[in-house]
Design a protein around this ligand. Structure first.
Ligand SMILES: Nc1ncnc2c1ncn2[C@@H]1O[C@H](COP(=O)(O)OP(=O)(O)OP(=O)(O)O)[C@@H](O)[C@H]1O
Ligand SMILES: [Mg+2]
Length: 393
């Protein structure tokens, strides 16, 4: 059928034509926004899940919800080797720019921007003179606030000031952090401390995160009280009903239907994982001659969908691993699809567990595997074991 009208959207962070099966999380976030705006104590939200389950898309939807309530919003994507100081400055700059036109006292905005600039200029790279980056803020930097160089103190002061600007307008500020498991340990701790401080003063600023399944343990390793700061929403593959809706509703808009056994076959192939639902749906649409899309169309299109996933979803990640790391993952895949014991991986490879720690740690850092619990390891990418087993070593 007409590829131009194809509604499906496989791809990292691609907004799906229908955000299926996430009503509970959306409702929870509504409550968070409402309570925070009223100055009620409330835990912020952190979304966790495997690769491709829709964390980024959900975070973006949360951001739209906050914007609809006229909140100031900003978003960052954490990177393993980068301090959050600079990205946080840029994100809060965005948030304040959203609020500024509605604020009646321009000097309040200028005061805040001066503090924000001071905060930004304390970036370690800027201090060493290795960076010619400038935060793009016209006002002169303030002195003596958010510029101590201690991220915990500085973030706390910055957040308190930002929240107070939002309070003037009766709204809030939401800072979204994607790939939050990649925030450096020291920064996580500073971030939690700043959120903690803010939650005590009731300031309307929240940090909303998304990351891999081990994010809660990253946060609690850094600050034991992190569980009181964040409500964890683990999102997973879609159930049958939601997966069907994700396919049917966008098609219906284009007056296209699926037969029941086509939906059966699609669910079997995609296993409810949102990325796969979009990928199989997209190819089935393109190759089907007409509506309704039948089980034969799905069967004919499956190899092409798998090929696209092998390159775009699995392959791009596999490429990031070194030969030693690939061996490690192949050994995991041979053991099975459930989380596996690191000692079993070592045994399968005929190596001492300690000699494999570097490979394991760097796979964790690359976001390919995560430690489900102590001594256990699992793939962050759904169906990755199956992909590896089909791969020549
Ligand atoms: N609730 C949903 N219903 C239907 N499709 C969805 C849903 N959530 C996400 N998708 C689709 O799944 C794909 C992956 O989404 P997204 O990039 O948000 O996942 P992610 O969890 O952030 O993955 P990663 O860990 O790789 O960053 C996109 O193509 C998106 O359109
Ligand atoms: Mg993502």
């Amino acid at each position: 059928m007409d590829p131009v009208r194809n509604p499906y959207a496989p791809g990292a962070g691609q907004r799906p034509p229908e955000l299926a099966g996430r009503d509970r999380e959306l409702q929870q976030f509504e409550v968070v926004l409402e309570r925070v705006a009223r100055g009620r104590p409330e835990r912020s939200m952190v979304v966790t899940g495997l690769r491709g389950v829709g964390k980024t898309v959900l975070l973006n939807t949360f951001k739209s919800m906050a914007m609809q309530r006229l909140w100031g919003t900003g978003k960052i994507e954490a990177r393993p080797d980068q301090s959050i100081r600079r990205p946080v400055s840029a994100a809060l700059h965005m948030a304040i720019r959203e609020l500024a036109p509605r604020h009646r006292a321009p000097e309040r905005i200028e005061e805040f921007l001066a503090v924000l600039k001071a905060f930004a200029m304390r970036d370690p790279a800027a201090a060493k003179g290795t960076s010619h980056w400038s935060p793009g803020i016209e006002v002169p930097a303030a002195r003596g606030r958010a510029d101590s160089g201690d991220l915990e103190i500085d973030l706390t002061e910055l957040f308190v000031d930002a929240a107070s600007v939002a309070t003037d307008l009766g709204v809030g500020i939401a800072l979204f952090i994607d790939e939050m498991q990649d925030v450096q340990a020291a920064d996580v701790s500073a971030l939690c401390a700043a959120c903690h401080e803010l939650s005590q003063s009731g300031g309307p600023l929240i940090v909303v995160g998304a990351g891999l399944p081990h994010l809660p343990s990253v946060l609690s390793a850094s600050k034991s009280y992190s569980e009181r700061l964040f409500r964890y929403a683990r999102i997973d593959k879609l159930d049958r009903e939601a997966a069907d809706l994700a396919l049917i509703l966008p098609a219906r808009e284009e007056r296209v239907e699926f037969t029941q056994d086509a939906l059966d076959a699609l669910y079997e192939a995609a296993d409810g994982y949102p990325y796969f639902v979009q990928a199989y749906g997209k190819v089935a649409w393109d190759l089907a001659p007409r509506s309704p899309i039948t089980v034969d169309d799905v069967k004919v299109s499956a190899p092409e969908a798998e090929e696209e996933l092998a390159v775009g979803f699995f392959g791009s990640r596999y490429e990031r691993a070194t030969p030693a790391e690939r061996d490690y993952m192949h050994a995991m895949a041979q053991i099975g699809d459930e989380p596996v014991a690191t000692s079993d991986v070592a045994e399968a490879l005929g190596r001492k567990p300690s000699s494999l720690s570097p490979a394991r740690d760097s796979l964790i850092k690359k976001g390919l595997i995560y430690s489900a619990e102590r001594g256990q390891i699992a793939f962050t990418v759904p169906h990755f074991g199956r992909f590896l087993r089909a791969q020549p070593i």
